[in-house]
Design a protein around this ligand. Structure first.
Ligand code: DGI
Ligand code: FE
Ligand code: FE
Length: 193
């Protein structure tokens, strides 16, 4: 079953994107171990997180199960591939685990109230070994000790970039940031007291 999924993804993606996926698997499995969640589910979610990355806009749209996303963000492939990927994984690949499907669905924009698996896939995507941008090592280190701190740093970086290029910001991106900030404050994290 797992082998079949690997070859399916390898066929669906160009080599560079497949290498990225393998990198996300490596980080996600290691973080799953660290945060005490099921490593096998982390591997499947990471393997499938970008399965729809190379679909045409038309194909992406055919898999979207969220009317609001389709209505307001339906021409933005970047924002659709997670949503489409989760439906594709269920319909075409027989994945029924809701936490895995949700981790695929929200890996680009996040959401309020993310599970540990969702958080792990979100941050692994940003820090896998092939990623190279200023401060990536800082986020890698943060992820090992406090996943919320790492996500907050990453989402702030993303928001600054999106504002700079005048991009549309999906409300989930902002919701995720506010929610993570709240979780950190409730926990009484030193940096946010
Ligand atoms: O698919 P990957 O490249 O591995 O990574 P990803 O799924 O996180 O997608 C990254 C892209 O998504 C990146 O170009 C920024 C974009 N993105 C994430 N949140 C938002 C966004 N783009 C817009 N316009 N608005 C968002 O809120
Ligand atoms: Fe992606
Ligand atoms: Fe990715």
């Amino acid at each position: 079953m797992l082998n079949k999924l690997y070859s399916h993804v390898e066929k669906a993606l160009p080599p560079k994107r497949y290498q990225h996926t393998l990198g996300v698997i490596k980080v996600a499995v290691s973080l799953a171990k660290q945060y005490g969640i099921n490593e096998h589910r982390a591997e499947i979610a990471a393997l499938l997180h970008d399965v729809s990355k190379c679909m045409s806009l038309e194909e992406l749209r055919s898999y979207i199960d969220c009317d609001e996303t389709l209505k307001y963000y339906g021409n933005m492939g970047e924002l659709l591939h997670g949503f489409a990927g989760s439906v594709y994984a269920k319909q075409e690949l027989g994945i029924y685990d809701e936490d895995i499907l949700s981790a695929i669905k929200y890996h680009t924009i996040g959401r309020r109230g993310m599970t540990t698996l969702e958080k792990i896939i979100y941050i692994s995507d940003a820090i896998e070994p092939n990623r190279n941008y200023p401060n990536v090592n800082f986020i890698r280190e943060k992820a090992k000790t406090c996943i919320n701190d790492a996500i907050l740093f990453e989402v702030d970086r993303k928001l600054k970039y999106l504002l700079k290029i005048d991009a549309t910001i999906h409300p989930n991106t902002v919701d995720m940031r506010n929610c993570i900030l709240g979780e950190l404050k409730n926990k009484g994290s030193k940096s946010y007291e």
